[in-house]
Design a protein around this ligand. Structure first.
Ligand code: N2P
Length: 353
């Protein structure tokens, strides 16, 4: 009798511990959806500790996948990190919360000229906080690709007969990036959807496609290192992250120019934790935090105060921070409305072959 009372007391105590939040289940939780390898994970832990909350962090590898998930998901995210053209798309779908800048004490750290640029996809900077920007080029493994093959420094390396029949090239699984590269190679802007431009781009892609093994936006990060892939269309910051630890890798900003993008933080109207989401945005806008984040991701930040503190190694890295002369040959991926369909069609027909 006595023993069963003791057991009951122990069980009750255990139950109370669980109910009273021994598992932390009562903590507010922020749901974040970002590109892979695009934030310093230490910052997430720090924010959780400082704000006694949890972050549920998920990643995507393309804007298209992000959009599909956001539209179809029953689970709502609080914050998402889309590229500029997809800020407009999400906004046209009525999904975005207008940002109350009075809640962001660090907003003034943002570079005014980049905010101006962001108005091309977010008029008056009402819905998006610029997070990082970058360029798309070619990452390759010097152990497998000889110097003379990449010496031309242009997009047409993708057509080199050296790669014939060996299945060692990947391109991103992203219509704007793939067709965009072919448009730039053919002398057009990534946003040119005229028949002539798209025809030339399609023809270039048909030739490249003979050498392309797969369209995938993430797998190249491992595969270019282990030799499964020798050359990959890749984002500059991701490439620099890999090059830091692997001297066999190198990256080309193609001589014809490159696609440029600006990624942003947006809040969904359906966000459950808006106040916490504002705190997180403001945390990322802090100059010191933003500097640490850029040093991890290897992408330049639109945070001017942070950029002013960046070390020379970062600032002078031509892959991260190309010259103005090179940037003049680059095109920001703009929102194209319905004209996107003709780009999608070309990409789908290339992928089907
Ligand atoms: C980060 C990917 C860069 C985002 N891993 C391309 N918009």
């Amino acid at each position: 009798m006595k023993r069963s009372i003791i057991i009951l007391i122990v069980l009750a105590a255990l139950g109370a511990t669980l109910v009273l939040g021994g598992c932390g289940s009562k903590k507010p939780t922020l749901y974040i959806f970002n590109w892979s390898d695009y934030i310093d994970p230490d910052l997430l832990r720090e924010f959780e500790q400082e704000n006694d909350c949890r972050i549920r962090y998920s990643t995507f590898d393309s804007n298209e996948n992000m959009l599909t998930k956001v539209k179809s998901s029953t689970q709502s995210f609080d914050l998402i990190f889309p590229s500029g053209d997809h800020v407009t798309i999400l906004n046209e779908l009525g999904l975005l919360e207008e940002i109350d800048k009075s809640k962001l004490s660090n907003y003034a750290n943002l570079d005014k000229s980049l905010l101006k640029m962001a108005e091309s996809f977010d008029a008056e900077n009402r819905y998006a906080i610029p997070y990082a920007w970058g360029l798309t080029g070619l990452l390759y493994n010097k152990d497998y690709v000889p110097e003379e093959i990449v010496a031309s420094g242009g997009w047409n390396i993708l057509a080199d007969s050296f790669f014939d029949g060996i299945n060692k090239i990947t391109m991103l699984d992203d219509a704007r990036e793939v067709v965009g590269a072919a448009l730039i190679y053919s002398g057009y802007s990534v946003n040119d959807t005229s028949l002539e431009a798209l025809d030339d781009a399609h023809n270039a892609l048909k030739i490249w496609d003979r050498n392309i093994t797969q369209f995938d936006s993430d797998s190249y990060k491992n595969e270019v290192q282990d030799g499964t892939t020798w050359l990959a269309q890749a984002y500059n910051g991701d490439a620099v992250q890999l090059m830091e630890t692997n001297p066999s890798l190198d990256f080309i900003l193609p001589k014809e120019g490159a696609a440029m993008w600006m990624d942003n933080i947006v809040m969904l109207k359906s966000a459950q934790e808006k106040e916490l989401a504002y705190k997180f945005i403001d945390f990322l806008l802090d100059a010191e935090i933003s500097k640490r984040n850029s040093e991890y991701t290897m992408y330049p930040t639109p945070n001017e105060a942070a950029m002013e503190m960046m070390g020379e190694e970062f600032v002078n890295n031509e892959i991260i921070n190309p010259s103005d002369e090179y940037l003049e040959k680059c095109y920001m991926i703009d929102y194209l409305g319905d004209s996107i369909r003709s780009i999608d069609q070309i990409f789908e027909s290339i992928k089907m072959n």
